[in-house]
Design a protein around this ligand. Structure first.
Ligand code: G16
Length: 554
């Protein structure tokens, strides 16, 4: 590193001193904290993104969002060249950068890391970082800090893509690195054209008039509502009404949004008695999560939730059916037995795991966080991953897509319009509709809608795929969430000692009881999950385990 580069880094970093007494950690989804303490972290994440771009000789993404967190929080996460999350191998460097006490320390860290990773910072290597942010008021100044971080590595370009959903930015990074067009318009085009393709394949007898098929979406008062309004103008065969777009004065994630709806299982704001029986959906603050719900009656505020597990089950069922139709047309000389698997976390409702296993699918568990699920799902030809909170996607391997494309051509030349050919076309359309970079509420929503129409199902039929076991989630505020350490995909607590035995002793009191705790990666809390054969049982188990957390961590 030459002297000029060193002096630029020393000068710019002195404008972003770290706040006293705060420790930053690149958690489940990047750095998250109160926006007031984040400038130095975002500036440093800008440096990290530029270095990652030089190292990989690819375009990198930097997204400013705190997703489901409250509006006063913000956060930053990095998208790798594939459009997925930053490689876990760089997370310790991210932590060290964010916590470096002063400019000299920071410079030293960068020099050492660049040496270790053979990154040549000489002004000749080009770095390119795409920037996006959600609608949080703190986003604009944090974006400025990110730009300064990127620009402090000579030869780097920071390209502001404007206000985006998180999945849009990840999609753009992936598209750029694949040499494809990558504007917001291109993203909307890809989604709407593949949705159209699926809708054109809906059997005639299943076709529903658009107006009869209205979907009401809660936009969480965030970026998703606004963007969905743009997308829906490009869709045929689906009528969407968006509420909580953020324009009507509602507050981001307050009493609205997928996280609220899924965790509290109650009707979000702006929904009520007029919506009884309607198909409703909720996005989270940066539109990477989606859940569906029904308002069942006026007498209570409770909803009937169709969560990420049900989405996974619907998608798995549909794909399995298309594969079996497709294979009917495959002769013995042309077999491609796609490896098909699903990935869940400990939060997955026990009934969903049973359902998926009964479908004959391989089910794997990973810790919470899409970075873990995604990593596992890529091992399959078709890997579907979903967290119960509605975050997930479907990944297709290149080799399977290549075979499928070829097979589709053969089938169309043999018997255009045959059922196996339609199945191939559907699977190809799904692979284009579904965001291959990261979970995306929009592509999940369009796929769910297209499947419901193809199967001619109502949301009630979807919801009845299996009966969820009653469950309850709680969070317990603690001084130090790192005091809880888990193992086996978060199903066992190894620290503090003794707490797992105490949880087990509570759990056995309840038929079909299951409970676990884990430190949140996005908030300063310990999360508690419990399920049992009755709602009272699940509530009581969750409360007892919550009490144990307080006792063991006080
Ligand atoms: C983020 C991750 C999700 C994860 C969630 C859990 O969601 O992207 O994969 O499920 O955090 O949060 P916690 O660790 O607090 O339980 P999001 O939508 O907030 O980015």
């Amino acid at each position: 590193m030459d002297e000029e580069q060193k002096s630029i880094l020393l000068k710019t970093s002195s404008r972003f001193p770290i706040p006293p007494g705060v420790k930053f950690s690149y958690g489940t989804a990047g750095f998250r904290a109160d926006a007031l303490v984040l400038e130095s972290t975002v500036y440093r994440a800008g440096i990290l993104a530029a270095l990652r771009s030089i190292k990989t000789r690819s375009v990198i993404g930097l997204m400013i969002t705190a997703s489901h967190n409250k509006i006063s929080d913000n956060g930053v996460k990095i998208a790798d060249p594939s459009g997925g999350m930053l490689t876990q191998a760089w997370e310790p460097f991210a932590d060290a950068l964010a916590n470096a006490t002063d400019s000299d320390c920071l410079l030293q860290l960068i020099i050492e890391f660049a040496k270790e990773e053979s990154i040549l910072i000489d002004g000749h290597c080009r770095a390119e970082v795409l920037l996006g942010r959600d609608t949080r008021p703190s986003g604009e100044s944090l974006l400025e800090a990110a730009k300064q971080g990127i620009n402090s590595i000579v030869g780097s370009a920071a390209i502001d893509m404007g206000i985006l959903t998180t999945p849009q930015l990840h999609w753009m990074v992936r598209a750029r690195n694949k040499g494809m067009k990558a504007s917001e318009r291109d993203y909307f085009e890809q989604l709407s054209s593949s949705f159209r393709c699926l809708m054109n394949l809906v059997p005639g007898e299943c076709k529903v008039k658009g107006t009869d098929y209205k979907l009401v979406v809660d936009g969480a008062n965030g970026v998703g509502g606004e963007k969905l309004e743009c997308l829906m103008n490009m869709l045929d065969g689906l009528v969407i009404e968006v509420r909580n777009t953020g324009k009507g004065g509602g507050i981001l994630n307050e009493g609205v949004g997928a996280d609220y709806v899924q965790k509290e299982k109650v009707v979000p704001q702006e929904f009520g008695s007029n919506d009884i029986g309607m198909r409703c959906a909720s996005l989270d603050g940066d539109a990477d999560r989606l859940v569906y719900f029904i308002v069942p009656s006026v007498s209570s505020n409770n909803i009937m939730l169709v969560d990420g597990d049900k989405m996974l089950s619907l998608f798995a069922l549909f794909i399995k059916e298309q594969l079996s139709i497709l294979y009917k047309g495959v002769d013995e000389n042309n077999p491609y037995q796609a490896r098909f698997g699903v990935v869940q976390t400990a939060y997955a409702n026990g009934a969903s795991t049973d359902f998926l296993k009964e479908l004959g699918l391989e089910v794997v568990l990973t810790p919470t966080g899409v970075k873990f699920l995604h990593e596992k799902a890529v091992e399959y030809d078709i890997g579907i991953y979903f967290e119960a909170n509605g975050h997930g996607t479907i990944l297709f391997s290149d080799s399977f897509l290549c075979w499928l494309e070829k097979r589709q051509n053969e089938l169309s030349s043999m018997s255009e319009g045959s059922e196996p050919q339609k199945a191939a076309l559907r699977l190809l359309a799904v692979s284009k509709l579904v965001n291959q970079a990261v979970g995306d509420a929009f592509s999940g929503l369009l796929l769910a809608e297209a499947i419901l129409q193809t199967l001619s199902w109502s949301i009630n039929q979807w919801s009845e795929l299996y009966q969820d076991l009653p469950s309850r989630q709680l969070k317990v505020k603690v001084m130090d969430r790192t005091a809880v350490v888990t193992a086996n995909a978060e199903t066992v607590v190894v620290k503090p000692p003794g707490i797992q035995e105490a949880i087990n002793a509570e759990t056995v009191k309840y038929p079909r009881g299951r409970s676990f705790i884990r430190p949140s990666g996005t908030e300063d809390v310990i999360r508690v999950y419990a399920e049992a054969s009755t709602q009272e049982g699940a509530d009581s188990l969750a409360h007892s385990v919550g009490k144990l957390v307080e006792q063991f961590l006080e």
